[in-house]
Write a protein that binds this ligand. Structure first.
Ligand code: SF4
Length: 286
């Protein structure tokens, strides 16, 4: 059995920079991470061990600590005002590409368009974008698309949406709203596009795929779906301990990729374990 890594995978600069900012916090016990910093259980446990409070995904309550860390997923300006009004010191690690998605949505609204956000309605990034808009709607699939009465529609995307899904949903929006002028601002981030493209290039070369990333991570799930849609047996794991030797029996070439919040050390540990399995459990025929 051989192991092939995707050319682009794993941690993006947005998550890396957020983690670097967190490293600089001297008194973790005085800071609440507002929402999940990353959808990665290992990282969240590490932060809890350092003493950070974590407010969870719903962001309903104002944290009790003096410091509040806004995660790479961002929050609405309304939420920022609420926190500042409560006297909180904000440490803002919002990814610049999430800021761009907010700006794009607000620009479209300023043009008089009803804004449609392609993404998961329950995702903290999407909620942050929508909360600052008047009349936005979120569509997750083509089935959510309807005919809206407005003459002008503006479309943005959750930054981790696969480009193919954006294309399909945009087509459905245009078909159902032939009366309207529809403008897309593509806010899918480049790291997401690069990881998707690298996986597409890898899939024809492998007969099985391992994807490393948090079970709640949107972009990790999208990588898993890409493998499954191509009919490639795909194993989604959070770390090397979940690798089951039996799963690899009979595999010739196993591909490896990882979501944007996966630590480099976690990927390397998985890679090393795969190489051990290849040598010990499933000897290569080549
Ligand atoms: S996935 Fe994209 S938008 Fe999200 S933090 Fe990473 S670079 Fe930024």
């Amino acid at each position: 059995m051989q192991v092939r890594r995707a050319d682009a995978m794993g941690m993006c600069f947005g998550v890396r920079d957020a983690l670097a900012a967190i490293e600089q916090v001297d008194e973790p016990g005085t800071v609440t991470i507002h929402g999940e910093l990353v959808h990665n259980g290992e990282v969240l446990q590490m932060l809890a061990n350092r003493g950070f409070q974590q407010s969870g995904e719903d962001l309903r309550d104002v944290p009790i600590t003096e410091g509040v860390l806004i995660t790479a997923h961002g929050v609405s300006n309304r939420e920022r005002r609420k926190l500042r009004a409560a006297g909180k010191q904000l440490l803002d690690t919002t990814c610049p590409l999430v800021h761009k998605a907010h700006e794009a949505a607000q620009l479209l609204e300023a043009e008089g368009r009803r804004v449609i956000v392609i993404g998961r309605p329950d995702h903290v990034e999407v909620r942050g974008i929508v909360e600052d808009l008047q009349n936005a709607v979120v569509v997750k699939t083509e089935q959510d698309v309807v005919t809206w009465p407005e003459q002008a529609l503006g479309v943005v995307c959750q930054t981790t949406t696969p480009s193919e899904r954006v294309d399909c949903i945009l087509l459905a929006i245009r078909r159902a709203n032939g009366h309207a002028d529809v403008r897309l601002i593509d806010t899918v981030c480049n790291p997401t596009k690069a990881r998707g493209a690298a996986l597409e290039a890898l899939l024809p070369q492998v007969d099985a795929l391992v994807v490393v990333g948090g079970s709640d991570s949107n972009n990790t799930r999208q990588l898993v779906l890409r493998g499954e849609r191509r009919g490639i047996p795909t194993l989604h794991i959070e770390n090397a301990s979940e690798l089951v030797p039996e799963w690899f029996f009979g595999r010739e070439v196993v591909g490896l990729t990882a979501g944007t919040s996966t630590l480099p050390a976690t990927i390397d540990a998985v890679h090393e374990q795969l190489i051990r399995l290849a040598a010990e459990v499933v000897p290569s025929s080549s």
